[in-house]
Design a protein around this ligand. Structure first.
Ligand SMILES: Nc1nc2c(c(=O)[nH]1)N[C@H]1C(S)=C(S)[C@@H](COP(=O)(O)OP(=O)(O)OC[C@H]3O[C@@H](n4cnc5c(=O)[nH]c(N)nc54)[C@H](O)[C@@H]3O)O[C@H]1N2
Ligand SMILES: Nc1nc2c(c(=O)[nH]1)N[C@H]1C(S)=C(S)[C@@H](COP(=O)(O)OP(=O)(O)OC[C@H]3O[C@@H](n4cnc5c(=O)[nH]c(N)nc54)[C@H](O)[C@@H]3O)O[C@H]1N2
Ligand code: SF4
Ligand SMILES: [Mo]
Length: 721
């Protein structure tokens, strides 16, 4: 059975195009949907898929409005090539565009070697596309230069998870477990705006008498739900975690039995935390010593804090990090420190407790498992591991020695473009780099210096607008594929709509280019066939999908990896909703405490740049805004600069009037939004519009290579006119 290009009778159960919840939704074709069926916009109705467990029928505004790009004039429906005479993009046929791309790649590679062509992927691509893109880069192009925007997303949590637990799965438990915890600590997550249906678990937890702790320099709609809200200086979460560890130890609240039985390395953590007494933490983080003590009391439980007989049942504590804690030059160390807190409390592996990372993009999890990352092959295998190379090369039908080695990380790859040892051609699938890369002015110059920029997209994003060739592709429910959500649940995003005339799927594009490049093997365009191959390639790897099939996903409303295939005649593996009950995925089965050292943000405020700048998201916009800014039902009010009345007074800014934010890398201008919910020493700018990333710092985490999007030093002023 083919899963592509059949448009079944409505309604179809499928999933949202956007974030990592991958909310279930139904699509009814031809009906007069909320947007109406008038004009150029074909009718389409998005409805609730009530028994899909992750969202139970709820969708956020972006999900309800997801049909807004259907039939829109903004959709690209023909390839575009840049005319050498006029310098403008003009419409072209598919053969012309693909021949041009393949021809120029050949010439460049013959002159400069394989690595002259680089590839940049995205965590929004389906598993099938991410897998095929990694294979295309290594086999059809033979380049080591491939990475993707997931580096900018939760890569710090991924590297921390791998170090401590030996495996990297966002949540090691189903999302619904959150509501059964006693205390949930959200470090740098604004899930009420970034994954709104998930917030119901916080509400239910509180109805049960549980407590929510939110740590954020801004009091967000998520913070409004907190029983305890801590408002640190951006970039100081690591010091805060060390302060928590210090007090847990001082109060005798460390779960010594768990630490002895299930972990290694606690002594180093104890030593590292010894110097972080509450008053020092207060000076570094701006969080009052008493608030820190209140947090530790919640975590340790009243009995332990009273110093008496500890009650048998410790509170079930869940620590969850998101981008606020992770997008830092010390992002990995920060996540390690918060995992240390969860381990010291004895939580990971216990029911309704532990540590998790709230991933971000629709396929933020699967996107990093199938080989579009510079150092990885499918199944979360490492590209420099000879056994991994032999296995994957066997599945692909190529010699292991033909596979290139490890390439550069996302920012380093982009920053090398057009430089003496960097790429001269770049193929982009699923990222709008001009808006979303840190220090974006510099990176945009790098893109402009390329001999060949090829962008596959649905719309003329800011990055596509710079391209030499733009290839228009299908989106979301116009094609079938799987996504792996924040829980490690592999879901099937079924095709529900026919693609507009003139567009092709990314899989068609890759197959078309591979053929023109005389790739040694053929590239399939059938997602179900690719998924089965991906399963074989992942078999025995850390992220084993070999026991998962489209049919099983459909029957079981998603299957959690790891899910190895069962030997002939045996019952199939049930999938793994919960990890770590008996052991961790490390060689000795124990979790490894890592003792981090606090260094602080790469750039500290000084008299010229006296405030902290942080960046993030708003409810109605998604990422670089390439899709959501073009949807009429979603308000596009443009960027703004959030600042406190004390700061506004000091610089003479008025709510709604323009201010300029300047950093060592660039400046932007936008209306002030004066709010009492932000720290007076901090400003916040959403990154959905061009501007925020002209300001941000490209300092990278030494392990994950994650840029420091969440803090740099800035100046805010009122423009002269
Ligand atoms: N509406 C919407 N939803 C989305 C997305 C979107 O673009 N729009 N994108 C999706 C993706 S890819 C992702 S990665 C997720 C991101 O989801 P989140 O991580 O929840 O989103 P952010 O707004 O980037 O950051 C969260 C919070 O971190 C705070 N913060 C900033 N600096 C610091 C700091 O130093 N420490 C702490 N503790 N907090 C800090 C910010 O004030 C912000 O409220 O959202 C997903 N969902
Ligand atoms: N300052 C600041 N910058 C940030 C962040 C921050 O918090 N602050 N967050 C970072 C994070 S967490 C992320 S995830 C990145 C995200 O930023 P980007 O990587 O720019 O992500 P999107 O805006 O989702 O870009 C996806 C692009 O691919 C297109 N697209 C969608 N689906 C498909 C498909 O199936 N195939 C193809 N070929 N194209 C498709 C869309 O139209 C869009 O142009 O931004 C990062 N940048
Ligand atoms: S929460 Fe995320 S997956 Fe759910 S509807 Fe909103 S954007 Fe879509
Ligand atoms: Mo992200």
């Amino acid at each position: 059975m083919s899963w592509n290009r059949i448009v079944p009778p409505a309604p179809t159960q499928t999933h949202c195009p956007y974030c990592s919840l991958q909310c279930g939704m139904t699509i009814t074709r031809g009906a007069a949907g909320p947007g109406g069926s008038t004009g150029r916009r074909p009718g389409l109705e998005i409805g609730a898929w009530v028994d899909f467990p992750v969202n139970e029928g709820a969708l956020c505004r972006k999900g309800w409005a997801a049909g807004g790009l259907r039939g829109s004039r903004e959709r690209l429906t023909t390839p575009l090539v840049r005319d050498p005479g006029t310098g403008e993009l003009r419409a072209a046929g598919w053969d012309e565009a693909l021949d041009l791309v393949a021809g120029r790649i050949r010439v460049l590679q013959e002159a400069h070697g394989k690595d002259v062509v680089a590839v940049f992927g995205g965590g929004g691509l389906t598993n099938e596309k991410a897998y095929q893109l990694g294979k295309f880069a290594r086999v059809a192009l033979g380049t080591s230069q491939i990475d993707y925007n997931g580096r900018w997303c939760m890569s710090s949590a991924a590297s921390a998870g791998n170090q401590v637990f030996g495996i990297d799965r966002g949540l090691p438990f189903p999302l619904a477990d959150v509501e059964h915890a006693d205390v949930v600590v959200l470090v740098g997550s604004n899930l009420a705006e970034t994954m709104p249906p998930a917030a119901r678990h916080l509400d239910r937890l509180r109805e049960r008498g549980g407590r929510v702790v939110v740590i954020d320099p801004r009091l967000t709609p998520t913070g409004e739900r907190a029983d305890l809200f801590l408002q640190p200086v951006p970039g100081t979460d690591l010091a805060l975690a060390l302060g928590v560890l210090h007090l847990l130890d001082a109060r005798g609240a460390v779960d010594e039995a768990y630490v002895a039985a299930r972990t290694t390395g606690f002594d180093d953590v104890r030593r590292a935390a010894a110097a972080w007494w509450p008053e020092r933490v207060e000076r570094t983080t701006g969080v009052a010593a008493d608030e820190l003590r209140a947090l530790v009391t919640l975590l340790a439980g009243a009995a332990a804090s009273a110093g008496g007989e500890r009650s048998d049942r410790r509170p079930r504590v869940m620590v969850l990090t998101a981008r606020g804690a992770e997008q830092h030059a010390q992002g990995t160390a920060t996540v390690l420190a918060w995992i240390d807190v969860a381990l010291a409390l004895g939580m990971p592996g216990k029911p309704y407790a532990g540590y998790g990372c709230l991933t971000g993009q629709g396929n933020g999890q699967g996107g990093r498992e199938h080989g579009q990352k510079a150092d990885q092959l499918p199944g979360y295998r490492m590209i420099d591991d000879p056994a991994a190379r032999a296995h994957v090369a066997g599945v692909w039908g190529v010699p292991p020695e033909s596979l290139p080695g490890k390439g550069r990380s996302a920012y380093e790859l982009l920053d090398s473009l057009g430089q003496h040892d960097g790429g001269k051609a770049l193929l982009v699938l699923g990222s709008n780099i001009v808006v979303s890369a840190p220090n974006a002015t510099r990176i945009t110059r790098r893109l402009e210096s390329l001999d060949l920029l090829v962008v596959c997209d649905l719309v003329l994003s800011e990055t596509a607008a710079l391209a030499d060739v733009v290839l228009p592709v299908t989106q979301w429910a116009e094609e079938t594929g799987t996504m792996t959500n924040l829980e490690g649940r592999v879901v099937l995003r079924r095709q529900a709509l026919s693609p507009p005339d003139g567009v092709r799927s990314d899989l068609d594009v890759l197959a078309g280019l591979a053929e023109r490049l005389d790739a040694p093997i053929a590239f399939s365009t059938d997602p179900e066939e690719i998924f089965a191959e991906l399963g074989r390639a992942s078999a025995g790897g850390r992220a084993d999908y070999s026991g998962i099939s489209y049919a099983r996903i459909a029957d079981e409303k998603g299957v959690f990896w790891p899910c190895p295939s069962a030997p002939e005649g045996q019952a199939q593996h049930p999938g793994t909703p919960r990890l770590f009950a008996d052991s961790f995925a490390t060689p000795d089965g124990r979790a490894r405490f890592v003792a981090p050292e606090y260094a602080g943000p790469a750039e500290q405020p000084d008299p010229s740049y006296p405030v902290h700048l942080t960046t993030g998201r708003v409810l109605a916009q998604y990422q670089s805004g390439a899709q959501t800014r073009r949807i009429r039902d979603l308000a596009d009010d443009g960027a703004f600069v959030e600042l406190h009345p004390l700061l506004a007074d000091r610089i003479g800014a008025t709510d709604g009037r323009p201010v300029v934010v300047r950093t060592r890398r660039g400046e932007m201008r936008a209306p002030a939004r004066v709010v009492t919910t932000i720290r007076p020493d901090t400003v916040f700018v959403p990154f959905h519009w061009v501007g925020a990333n002209r300001l941000t710092n490209d300092a990278l985490d030494p392990v994950s290579r994650m840029p420091e999007f969440k803090v740099c030093a800035a100046q805010v002023l009122v423009p002269a006119s």
